[in-house]
Design a protein around this ligand. Structure first.
Ligand SMILES: NC(=O)c1ccc[n+]([C@@H]2O[C@H](COP(=O)([O-])OP(=O)(O)OC[C@H]3O[C@@H](n4cnc5c(N)ncnc54)[C@H](OP(=O)(O)O)[C@@H]3O)[C@@H](O)[C@H]2O)c1
Length: 325
């Protein structure tokens, strides 16, 4: 199976590339990952040239502008990247009869009357933000490809960039002697990119193709404040005592874009297909443990690495108060 991945150096793209390489059923697949450094996804000619040359069986389209307030401030940019970019990718898929796996978001829902157990695939979307509207437009474009799968996910963490990862930002800020500000009254399913990548890999390797829409998110729901406090406590209990994240109300954050109060997703369809997602609580602990292992490796002089060392996290960069995606 020839797999083409957009957004390859983003949070999900990085984890998916690793998961495909590690899984014995996909490790020999030819994979081409592209990102903004290669070309602008809104440039139709560049997209077609690249996809024509690779002739993929499946395209996983993860590239997006996923910075919610940036999209609100610059709707033209959001439209170009999230809508025109998806049009270009979908058109190339139709021409090559490739399968399209499109990454969408919990922010297509308004979070006003969240069903018990979270939104299901058939629930009616009603986005509150430019970002959410462009992701929903991308879903509709993707649905025009005969063989398509729309993956809605939520509240990703597990990346290497503080700007887009509230949990990493919380830990790095505490290490710098700062307290992160995290929202306590907005609910969702914080999802580890590693778990999302494994779930997508699982779906890609089913004999019976999974089509339509599927939600992939951790089970259970919480706030970024609760998840951030737990991640820090699991990473370093001493830091958690001295630099616990500050709880802040969503309405006091002065954020540009409207956000759903509770955009929790139900991943029951995925569980029925054979891939039950772990809880957000378990995921947050595994993430904190991986970061702590990486820090321990960093502290060991070269040539004395402990066995079973986890990959090293990237260097921290300054971030604004973490208010969630
Ligand atoms: N993060 C979340 O909490 C979240 C939640 C729900 C759904 N999603 C969706 O999941 C997908 C992956 O999200 P993510 O968190 O991995 O995003 P991310 O870390 O921000 O990565 C986005 C990727 O898109 C690329 N990109 C951005 N603008 C581009 C352009 N104009 N042309 C080509 N490539 C461009 C980026 O390239 P560079 O790095 O080179 O700029 C990067 O590789 C997205 O579709 C997003 O909407 C994310």
């Amino acid at each position: 199976m020839r797999l083409y991945l957009t957004g390859a150096d983003g949070m999900l793209g990085t984890a998916l590339t690793a998961a495909l390489r590690e899984d014995p059923s996909t490790s020999d697949w030819p994979v081409l990952g592209v990102s903004a450094d290669d070309f602008d996804i809104a440039d139709a000619d560049a997209v077609h040239r690249s996809i024509d040359a690779f002739r993929p069986d499946v395209v996983v389209h993860a590239a997006a502008n996923a910075i919610v307030d940036e999209c609100e401030a610059n709707p033209e940019l959001a439209l170009r990247v999230n809508v025109t970019g998806t049009q270009n990718v979908a058109q190339a898929c139709r021409r090559h009869r490739s399968r399209l796996v499109y990454l969408s978001s919990d922010y297509v829902f308004d979070g006003a009357r969240t069903p018990p157990g979270g939104y299901r695939e058939a629930d009616a979307p009603n986005p509150l933000s430019v970002y959410g509207r462009t992701k929903l437009a991308g879903e509709r474009i993707s649905a025009t490809v005969a063989d398509h799968l729309i993956v809605r996910t939520s509240w990703l963490f597990g990346g290497a960039r503080e700007r887009t990862d509230n949990l990493l930002a919380t830990i790095r800020q505490a290490q710098r002697g700062q307290r992160a500000r995290l929202v306590y009254d907005q609910y969702g399913c914080p999802t580890y990119t590693v778990d999302l990548a494994h779930a997508i890999t699982y779906l890609l390797t089913r004999d019976e193709p999974v089509t339509g829409t599927v939600h992939i998110a951790s089970t259970g729901s919480t706030s970024w404040h609760h998840a951030g406090a737990l991640a820090l406590a699991a990473f370093d209990p001493d830091l958690a005592r001295t630099h616990a994240p500050e709880p802040v109300a969503l309405d006091d954050c002065g954020l540009l874009a409207g956000r759903p109060r509770n955009s929790s997703l139900s991943s029951d369809r995925l569980a029925g297909i054979g891939f039950p997602m772990p809880s957000w609580y378990d995921a947050v602990h595994r993430f904190a443990a991986a970061l702590a292992d990486a820090a321990a490796v960093d502290a060991v002089p070269v040539g004395e690495e402990p066995a079973g060392a986890a990959p090293v996290a990237a260097a921290p960069v300054p971030v604004p108060a973490g208010a969630g995606r």
